[in-house]
Write a protein that binds this ligand. Structure first.
Ligand SMILES: [Zn+2]
Ligand SMILES: [Zn+2]
Length: 446
């Protein structure tokens, strides 16, 4: 590091105050925030301090760079290298700081006070506007990035417009305004840029060693908006027992969206095969005599294995074929494909149940599986008495999560109330709502 110059009085005073603040905030000195309101007020105030300091830093840096001070003082090759040597900044950050100072420099050459204006002349926390009337470093970065994408002749005016907007808008809105500005100022460039952006899309689905898969990628705005809208309903917890994280709900939502697309029958078929997932499972596994894992045959020779519980769940609501094999596992005969629940039975279940039957769950029937109280492989019928609708999350809770479903004693099976018992002994009763029965009148309100 290069020798540190003596701090100017104004900066030394701020630094002393900031150290006092830090001690209070950390609880080392008295006067720090103790309540939720005080913590919120502290965060608001500290953000103002940080933003004002960032604006001052950028302003001084713009002058430092324009005058070549790094070279004059320390024979630094560039302002970037001075920032790296004197302030210990990483090269990426140093370069970005200098670029932002250059773009917004003219703006900051005007009184910095204009950019860090006090919110409506007061120190109140939580002002009326999103930014409290000042620009943060993130604002400057957004202005810089937007301006860089404009034709050179339009940059000064663009910076001015964005700075004016930035003092009233949050970062997301400022970015959106910046995109709009680009479309207006440079329609051809925007169209070209949109094409380049679209070329950056990618999606990878890679198997991991344990059979889980990692998904990663970059989507264009239109596809991302469609996917977000499709996943949005699944981000809402479905009932008081739903302990999944929001990321887990998003992953489950993707499974539901894929399942719904497959069920729709509108996806293109590959080489004449249906898009549905194929699973190979022993009958003894489905009858519960054995618990051999089931196999998802891979298209490239590799296979993925499923637990016997997962196989039983999938078998609840699937098309099945009998596959006879010899003692060496060589296929001898393949039977006809039969749907476990026929489309008509599925419709009858949807009419009766309306959606997931799990107590407190509100998933509609399009996003449910049909579950057998007694598995069909053990002689259970695929009918209204033995069948009920469960969303994927609750179907999994029953097959893999230790939940048990028992009809009440009235011999109506799933046409009557159902008792749900959890692995920790939790008990819920799910009545069959009369309003759900065909021809029934709506139940009177409370
Ligand atoms: Zn089931
Ligand atoms: Zn459910």
């Amino acid at each position: 590091m290069l020798p540190t110059p003596v701090l100017p009085d104004a900066v030394a005073d701020v630094l002393a105050d900031t150290r006092t603040l830090a001690r209070c905030a950390a609880g080392v000195s008295a006067g720090g925030p103790a309540t939720a309101e005080e913590r919120a007020a502290w965060l608001t105030g500290l953000r103002l301090v940080i933003d004002a300091a960032e604006a001052a830093f950028t302003s001084v840096l713009a002058n430092f760079d324009a005058n070549g001070d790094g070279e004059v003082l320390h024979a630094a090759a560039s302002t970037q290298s001075w920032l790296r040597g004197a302030l210990g900044m990483a090269s990426g950050e140093a370069s970005e700081r200098v670029r932002i100072a250059r773009t917004t420099g003219d703006l900051l050459a005007a009184p910095v006070a204009a950019l860090v204006a006090e919110p409506h002349g007061s120190h109140s926390a939580g002002g009326a506007s999103e930014t409290n009337g000042h620009l943060s470093y993130e604002h400057l970065r957004t202005i810089h990035r937007t301006a860089r994408a404009l034709p050179p002749s339009a940059r000064p005016a663009g910076v001015e417009v964005l700075a004016g907007l930035g003092s009233q808008l949050g970062i997301d809105d400022l970015r959106s305004a910046g995109r709009h500005l680009r479309h207006v100022v440079d329609p051809d460039g925007s169209a070209r840029h949109a094409e380049e952006d679209f070329g950056r899309r990618w999606l990878s689905l890679a198997p991991m060693l344990d059979g889980m898969h990692s998904i990663d990628g970059v989507l264009d705005a239109e596809t991302a908006a469609g996917l977000s809208a499709a996943l949005a309903p699944f981000l809402v917890p479905n009932g008081p027992d739903d302990t999944r994280t929001s990321d887990q709900r998003r992953a489950d939502g993707l499974a539901e969206v894929v399942a719904a697309a497959v069920r729709s029958g509108e996806l293109p078929a590959l080489f004449g095969a249906t898009t549905a997932m194929q699973v190979e499972v022993e009958l003894a596994t489905l009858t519960g005599e054995r618990s051999h894992p089931a196999r998802i045959p891979g298209t490239t020779g590799s296979a993925v294995w499923l637990t016997s519980d997962a196989a039983s769940r999938l078998a609840c609501d699937a098309s099945v074929r009998r596959l006879l094999v010899d003692p060496n596992g060589i296929p001898l005969d393949l039977g006809r494909e039969v749907r476990v629940f026929t489309p008509a039975q599925r419709r009858a279940l949807a009419t009766r149940d309306g959606g997931c039957r799990f107590p407190g769950c509100n998933r509609p029937s399009v996003h449910t599986d049909a579950h057998h109280l007694v598995p069909w492989a053990r002689g259970g019928q695929s009918d209204l008495v033995n069948g009920l609708l469960l969303c994927r999350h609750h179907h999994r809770a029953v097959h893999e999560g230790g939940w048990q479903i028992r009809p009440d004693s009235s011999n109506e099976g799933a046409n009557g109330a159902l008792h749900f018992q959890g692995p920790a002994g939790q008990q819920f009763v799910s009545p069959l709502l009369a309003a759900r029965l065909p021809g029934a009148r709506a139940a009177p309100g409370p």
